[in-house]
Design a protein around this ligand. Structure first.
Ligand code: HAM
Length: 423
């Protein structure tokens, strides 16, 4: 029975035994996929400097302007990291990772925090798998990044995914485009939704991202960024498309795709799934060639993505993908009497040292209650130990799957159980 005071816990979610195994499965798959691409894991602190995050993501973005969990302590201002790119870049600069030579290929898995309105697929603490390539301006790096993201879903068996692709160009071309958008929307300003009216001044490109129904017809007639792209960005975008074609990764061009973070240059992409519902973005990313320099590092082009793990699990469940359940227990020692309990405590160690999982009753319960627990934990074997067994130096080994039982010396029981576990 849950405590009624804790029924909705502020958009934060516990991951309980029985569920955590699905997380292990996903995390193992991610680590293994990242390994095959030779990306290396980086772990950065959950708290970051508020100024760094605000500068990195952009003060006018939703994340910075209204979704940060931030606080002060003394003269320092902290924020629970809302994403992993700015922290990875900070670490890259702080530890002069560029001196290691070549491109740095980094990945991370961990909790992120945004004070959004919780709903299915949207939490205030959620988890991302992210990957970043720092040090390459080549469209090959964009293709590798997208390939890593794509491979994860392919290996998981997720179908019905759509990769949306766009280029948001360079700051200069974007400036001209923003003006063109303002010129276009200005005569219709009064028809725009309230949120889009706000964005008109701060960042009119975000109007294109609007889900408000009154904005849709206006957006459809808006000028497209591709008409304003600088020649280098346009060539880069074409290169990337060719690479994706070579890799057999399907994509849809989406000229309205603008991302919710300010650091993007050129490539922007998002992976969506029709199995997700309203929050349909499985992941997203793009190129951020100016961020390293903006945060105080050497000029370093970079590209990356992050995917939401809760959303990945929602899709996996919708498709009934097997993610592995709770692990069964190998051995449960059922004891009768005090001496037997002491014996069991001592013999858990040799069992565990062979790699078997082993457990015993910790509440001095009846043998019946212990057998029940062994069943509940789906124990593969039960060792029954009582005074008689101790006197004769043997134990009763019950094979729960075969429903057989025999009395043997402990070393023999151990040998058999290990044999079955390995077989
Ligand atoms: P983002 O699009 O803000 O990008 O987040 C990436 C993914 O995280 C989303 O597509 C979604 O699956 C998941 N996500 C975001 N917010 C929530 C939430 N409140 N609840 C559940 N899942 C959520 C970034 O964070 C960039 N750092 C990606 C990137 C890396 N760009 C370049 N490198």
């Amino acid at each position: 029975m849950g405590n009624p005071n804790y029924t909705t816990h502020l958009g934060m979610v516990d991951i309980l035994p029985g569920d955590v195994e699905r997380w292990h499965f996903i995390e193992n798959l991610i680590r293994d996929t990242a390994r095959t691409f030779h990306f290396k894991e980086i772990r950065t602190p959950i708290l970051e400097d508020t100024g760094l995050i605000a500068r990195g993501i952009g003060g006018d973005t939703d994340i910075v302007s209204k979704e940060m969990f931030a606080f002060e302590r003394g003269d320092d201002r902290y924020v629970l990291r809302p994403e992993g790119t700015a922290p990875a870049v900070r670490a890259y600069i702080q530890h002069t990772l560029h001196q290691r030579g070549g491109s740095q290929k980094l990945f991370y898995i961990g909790p992120m925090f945004r004070a959004e309105r919780p709903q299915k697929g949207r939490q205030r603490q959620f988890h991302q798998f992210g990957a970043e390539i720092l040090g390459s301006a080549d469209a090959l790096a964009d293709a590798e990044t997208i390939a890593l993201m794509h491979t994860l879903y392919r290996r998981l068996g997720v179908a019905h995914i759509t990769l949306k692709l766009n280029s948001v160009g360079e700051p200069e071309s974007r400036k001209t485009y923003r003006e063109a958008l303002r010129d276009y929307f200005r005569p219709h300003f009064h028809l725009l939704s309230e949120i889009s009216q706000k964005r008109f001044d701060t960042n009119p490109m975000r109007i294109l991202d609007s889900k408000e129904p009154e904005d849709r017809p206006l957006i459809e007639g808006a000028p497209l960024i591709r008409e304003y792209l600088d020649a280098d960005s346009a060539a880069h975008y074409r290169q990337l498309q060719k690479h994706l074609d070579r890799l057999g990764i399907p994509y849809e061009e989406d000229p309205y795709l603008v991302r919710g973070l300010d650091y993007y240059t050129r490539t922007a992409f998002e992976l969506t799934s029709s199995d997700l519902g309203a929050q349909d973005a499985l992941g997203g990313g793009g190129r951020y060639d100016l961020l390293v320099e903006e945060l105080g590092g050497p000029a370093t082009p970079a590209v990356g993505f992050a995917v939401g793990l809760e959303r990945l699990l929602i899709v996996a469940d919708a498709l009934n993908l097997p993610l592995g359940g709770e692990k069964r227990l190998d051995v449960y020692i059922v004891t009768r009497g005090d001496e037997a309990r002491k014996w069991a405590l001592k013999h858990l160690r040799p069992l565990r040292d062979t790699g078997l999982s082993a457990s015993m009753d910790l509440q001095a319960r009846s043998m019946k209650a212990q057998m029940k627990e062994a069943d509940r934990e789906a124990a593969r074997f039960v060792l029954l130990v009582g005074d008689d067994e101790l006197a004769s130096g043997s134990v009763t080994l019950r094979d729960m799957d075969a429903s057989t039982e025999e009395t043997v010396h402990f070393p023999e029981a151990l040998r058999r159980m290990v044999g079955v576990a390995e077989g």
